[in-house]
Design a protein around this ligand. Structure first.
Ligand SMILES: [Zn+2]
Length: 212
């Protein structure tokens, strides 16, 4: 499932809100038993909750909220530093007067390009692609395509490893590279080419590449 950054932020806020209610319910029950409850609790029936399970639920919700919030955007200082660091020393693809320079000027982290399209990461950790120019950048919605861009972004910007997709137990090996993450034709390996798995060796289950 792919969530937009704004959806993640909203869910994060909901988790913190619900976590606070459960935490208050649990702590009050622990401290005061049934003698005291906040006005908010009786309508929710939370004055009857068990203390420790409530606190455990609150901790889980806080953790989920923090994870969603953290994953929803990149640290502003880190992005500033990354934008200043482009092009990097070992980068063979050039910079001046290229789409990459245009992306940086548009406050986007350039990732890679194929024959027709250029891909970049926003400060909100979202994927966009150029449609002629970065002023018309469009959000990339296809989860299968986003997998590739996130994998490549994490590989090219080691400070943003959190962008790397996390493999779930049901995600299959990449059918093209059979799990190696490298493009191989016959006996030759092409390290400058990007496999359809983004180099991770696996693809998200149930997804398919869609034409942009
Ligand atoms: Zn592959």
């Amino acid at each position: 499932m792919s969530l937009s950054p704004s959806a993640r932020r909203t869910l994060s806020s909901v988790c913190f809100g619900l976590g606070s209610v459960w935490a208050v319910a649990g702590v009050f029950k622990l401290l005061f038993g049934v003698r005291l409850a906040l006005p908010i609790l009786p309508p929710l029936g939370l004055e009857r909750v068990a203390a420790w399970p409530s606190i455990a639920v609150a901790a889980l919700l806080f953790g989920l909220g923090a994870w969603l919030g953290r994953a929803s955007s990149l640290a502003s200082d880190d992005v500033d530093n990354a934008l200043r660091s482009v092009p990097r020393k070992n980068d063979p693809t050039g910079f001046t007067d290229t789409w990459r320079e245009a992306a940086v000027n548009a406050d986007l982290l350039p990732v890679y390009s194929d024959w027709e399209t250029c891909f970049a990461i926003t400060r909100e950790a979202d994927v966009v692609y150029s449609d002629g120019s970065w002023s018309n950048a469009k959000r990339l919605a296809n989860p299968r395509y986003r997998h590739i861009v996130f994998a490549q972004a994490a590989a090219r910007y080691p400070e943003f490893t959190k962008l790397r997709p996390l493999r779930q137990p049901s995600d299959p090996d990449c059918p093209s590279c059979h799990g190696t993450g490298r493009v191989r034709v016959g006996d030759t390996t092409y390290d400058d080419m990007i496999c359809e798995c983004g180099g991770l060796g696996w693809i998200p289950k149930g997804t398919a590449l869609e034409q942009l």
